[in-house]
Structure formats: structure tokens, C-alpha cells
Design a protein around this ligand. Structure first.
Ligand SMILES: *[C@@H]1O[C@H](CO)[C@@H](O)[C@H](O)[C@H]1NC(C)=O
Ligand SMILES: *[C@@H]1O[C@H](CO)[C@@H](O)[C@H](O)[C@H]1NC(C)=O
Ligand SMILES: *[C@@H]1O[C@H](CO)[C@@H](O)[C@H](O)[C@H]1NC(C)=O
Ligand SMILES: *[C@@H]1O[C@H](CO)[C@@H](O)[C@H](O)[C@H]1NC(C)=O
Ligand SMILES: *[C@@H]1O[C@H](CO)[C@@H](O)[C@H](O)[C@H]1NC(C)=O
Length: 396
């Protein structure tokens, strides 16, 4: 499991240290094209798609569910660009390359004179900071983006770095000698350079059906209405800290079970964060205990830090419902469990049933009492709206 939230190391290490899972990198065949070649409607759609790159506005790019535990997207750096598979992280804000494919400098690469060093919930990198040209999509090119070249690092198995799409405040203290300097994020620069009109990121994730499943999409500069159903429910970024430094929100309650027979998991409005760079859904220890106790025979597996569910309880798993902004977002049984055919890829025992909801390592009341990670977002569309300082979710 990954947790790329910056600054959260104290909170997360308790979990990730015990739950460390190594992920061998396996190359897979590219996904079969779904483009309906020859159909006029499809051609018109493609023409509109290509034309959209000429205008500034929302731009959607693919994202890959890699090894089931992280989402990556392809980002070009330099001119001509070298392409890197970068983890999409709303829990940190530095963008860097070099942990897999090495940084290839071109005529657009200019050393800033700064060292850079970021510690994550799992792993770290340090290296040198450059200005360079960053290509997020064809024709969508940010100039003078400050990026890191990772020279020493840990825990970036199979990926080339991170594209950090959290709030810019999370870059504070990462440069040296200018420790007070913030690093404008790719979202900040895309807006200031007129590539997007709104500083909004739309995120579409889905459960993976293969080891590297390009089933996701990121929309830089807006939302893609084809990727969700119904309305988006927005909730403000929380004023509670430390969650408020991140894409932090309040969940007003969470329950396990059907109406009338439910167990309270989160009893009152509580602040936490929405983090694409955390694999699991993590709850404050007391909240997690309420959840686990509601599942007969469920227990914590000390060696992985994951909950295991006995076979007799698997078919009895009830919905886990989070209320956000007045709307209930329900994780059904499948959403709460790791498919057993993925156990080996996760580094888990083949014959056990594990859950995706786990514990944070601290009790509630500390201003960051849950992390809504990738496994939640595989079920819902998510919107990170800097302009209106809010987060949105919708059913898919
Ligand atoms: C995952 O798939 C994407 C899209 O096909 C590809 O660009 C990327 O290189 C793949 N990543 C790995 C680690 O194989
Ligand atoms: C990076 O920062 C961490 C935490 O502040 C520190 O322990 C480590 O020595 C730093 N590493 C480098 C290479 O500067
Ligand atoms: C590049 O961006 C930095 C901030 O990241 C800014 O200080 C500098 O003036 C910019 N340079 C150019 C040439 O725009
Ligand atoms: C949780 O949501 C599910 C799906 O909408 C629903 O069936 C269930 O009754 C809800 N539970 C509670 C306690 O409202
Ligand atoms: C959000 O949760 C925190 C506790 O984590 C609470 O103190 C605060 O009042 C809540 N905010 C709202 C608007 O309910």
C-alpha cells in the first residue's frame, strides 16, 4: 500500500511500516483500443477531441491503476519531452521525476540552484530542483514548471515519480536554501499560463481488472460530465487542521449496515482528507474498531496491517456509508474487500479475504481522523476545486 501524503509520516508510518507490501513490476500488453474505427459519429467525436487541444480549457488524459495500489499518468518533461509514469497524488504538491526513468535534461532544463527533499507517508525523495517544460497532454504544455530530479529515494517501485496536485502550501519547506519558498504546482501554472480557465481537477478511478489497467481519467481544468451520473455533491475544504492543509473535508457521519440495523462508525462531523496517493480507506483507530467489530469474526492481521474477514462473513458484508455534504456515499461489499485473485500481486496470503478499510494509527480527535484513499475513489468521481475551495463526489 502506498501513502504519498506529505508531512503525514508520523501518522501513517505506523500503518505502512507494518503493512509494507512489495510490488513486482510486470509489463502487460497495452489495453485493446475501444475506438470505433470507421463510424462517422466516432470520427466527429475524434475531430472535436483533437480540436479541443487548440483551445484552452478542460483536458482529459488517461490514468492507469498500477499494481492495484496506485494511479499513474504519463507526463512529459523537456523538449523533446521524455515521458514519465507519475503517481497522481492529491496528498502532496511537489512534482518530480527520476525514481524509475532517469531525468533527461534538454535545452529547456534550467537548474534553480535549490535542493529539494520531501518525506511521504511511505518513502521519500531528495535531489535537485529544475525549471522545465512539462507536457500534460498533446498541446497542453506548461513552461517554467519547477520540478524535482530525484537522486536518492525510497518506495517508488515501478513508477518514475509523482505529479503533486495537492494545495501549494504542502511544498513549503521542501526547497533548500530557500526553505520559505513555495513551488507553484502544475495546476497553479496551468491556470496562470492560461492553459485552463478554472483551477479544478476531475478524477475518475475504477476497480482494476488487470495489473496495469488504464481505466482512469484526469481532467485538468474542469470536470468531465461523461464520467459520472447525477449531481456532484460539494463540501468545503475543512477549517480543521491539519486536515485543512490538504484536500481536507468533514464527513458528517459514517455507518456500517442497512438502515435500522446499522452500527455507527463515525458519530459526529469529523475532519479528514481525500487522498489519491493513499491506497486504502483509513479510519481513526476507535472508528475502525467499531467497523471491524460489526463484521463477525473480522480481525486485524498484524503482519500486513489489514483486516481479514472469515469466509463465513464475506457474503454478509453490509454497506459502509459515508455522509458528505448531505449525500450518502455507500461502499458496497465488493468495494470494501480486496479481490482474492489480487492477493498475490499485493503480496498477501493467497487464501485469505482482506479488506481495504484499515486503521490510521491514532484515535479520533486530532484533526485528521480519516483518509479517503484510492479504494474509495474507485467507486466515485471526485472533484478537487481550488477556485471554490471545495471537494466534490458523484456516483458513477
Ligand atoms: C501502464 O500502462 C500505460 C498505458 O498503456 C503505459 O503507458 C505504462 O507504461 C504502463 N506502466 C507500466 C509500469 O507498465
Ligand atoms: C530530508 O529531510 C529529512 C526530514 O527532514 C531529513 O531527515 C533528511 O536528512 C533529509 N535528506 C536530505 C538528503 O537532505
Ligand atoms: C519561473 O517560475 C518561477 C517560480 O516558480 C519564477 O520565480 C520565475 O520568475 C519564472 N521564470 C520565468 C522566466 O517565467
Ligand atoms: C447505506 O447505503 C445503502 C445503499 O444506498 C443502503 O441500502 C443502506 O440502507 C444504507 N445504510 C444506512 C444505515 O442508511
Ligand atoms: C469538522 O470536524 C471537526 C473535528 O474533526 C470539528 O471540530 C469541526 O467543527 C467540524 N466542522 C464542521 C463544519 O462541522
Amino acid at each position: 500500500m502506498q501513502s504519498f501524503s506529505a508531512l503525514l509520516s508520523a501518522v501513517i508510518l505506523a500503518t505502512s511500516a507494518s503493512a509494507f507490501i512489495s510490488m513486482p513490476l510486470t509489463k502487460l500488453a497495452p489495453p485493446a483500443g475501444s475506438y470505433l474505427a470507421g463510424l462517422p459519429d466516432a470520427d466527429r467525436a475524434r475531430a472535436a477531441f483533437l480540436k479541443s487541444f487548440a483551445a484552452s480549457g478542460p483536458t482529459t488524459v488517461p490514468a492507469s491503476n498500477l499494481a492495484y495500489v496506485q494511479y499513474t499518468t504519463s507526463v512529459g518533461v523537456g523538449s523533446p519531452p521524455t515521458y514519465y509514469n507519475l503517481v497522481v497524488d492529491t496528498g502532496s504538491s511537489n512534482t518530480f521525476v527520476g525514481t524509475g526513468t532517469k531525468y533527461v535534461q534538454t535545452s529547456t532544463s534550467i537548474f534553480t540552484g535549490e535542493d529539494v527533499n520531501v518525506t511521504y507517508g511511505s518513502g521519500y525523495f531528495s535531489g535537485l530542483e529544475y525549471f522545465d517544460q512539462v507536457t500534460l497532454a498533446p498541446g497542453f504544455v506548461i513552461t517554467n514548471q519547477s520540478i524535482g530530479d530525484a537522486l536518492s529515494y525510497a518506495d517508488f517501485e515501478g513508477v518514475d515519480g509523482i505529479v503533486g496536485v495537492g494545495p501549494v502550501i504542502l511544498t513549503e519547506g521542501t526547497l533548500s536554501p530557500d526553505t520559505d519558498e513555495l513551488i507553484p504546482t502544475v495546476m497553479n501554472n496551468a491556470l496562470s499560463q492560461g492553459l485552463i480557465q478554472e483551477e479544478i481537477l476531475g478524477v475518475s478511478f475504477a476497480p482494476a481488472t488487470s495489473y496495469n489497467d488504464t481505466n482512469g481519467a484526469l481532467t485538468y481544468g474542469g470536470i468531465d460530465s461523461s464520467l459520472y451520473i447525477g449531481e456532484i455533491t460539494y463540501t468545503p475544504v475543512t477549517a480543521t487542521y491539519p486536515a485543512g492543509y490538504y484536500w481536507g473535508i468533514n464527513v458528517t457521519d459514517a455507518t456500517y449496515g442497512s438502515a435500522g440495523a446499522e452500527t455507527t462508525v463515525i458519530p459526529t462531523s469529523t475532519a479528514g482528507i481525500v487522498d489519491t496517493g493513499t491506497t486504502l480507506v483509513l479510519l481513526a483507530d476507535n472508528f475502525f474498531d467499531s467497523y471491524m467489530k460489526a463484521i463477525p469474526g473480522a480481525k486485524l492481521d498484524e503482519s500486513t496491517g489489514l483486516m481479514t474477514v472469515p469466509a463465513s462473513s464475506v457474503s454478509e458484508i453490509q454497506p459502509l456509508n459515508f455522509t458528505v455534504g448531505g449525500t450518502v456515499f455507500s461502499m458496497d461489499a465488493a468495494a470494501q474487500l480486496i479481490p482474492t485473485d489480487q492477493n498475490t500481486a499485493w503480496g498477501l496470503s493467497a487464501n485469505k479475504q482482506y479488506g481495504v478499510v484499515s486503521y490510521l494509527g491514532t484515535n479520533s480527535g486530532e484533526g485528521l481522523d480519516f483518509i479517503i484513499g484510492q479504494k474509495f475513489m474507485e467507486n466515485f468521481y471526485a472533484v478537487f476545486d481550488t477556485d471554490s475551495n471545495r471537494v466534490g463526489f458523484a456516483y458513477t
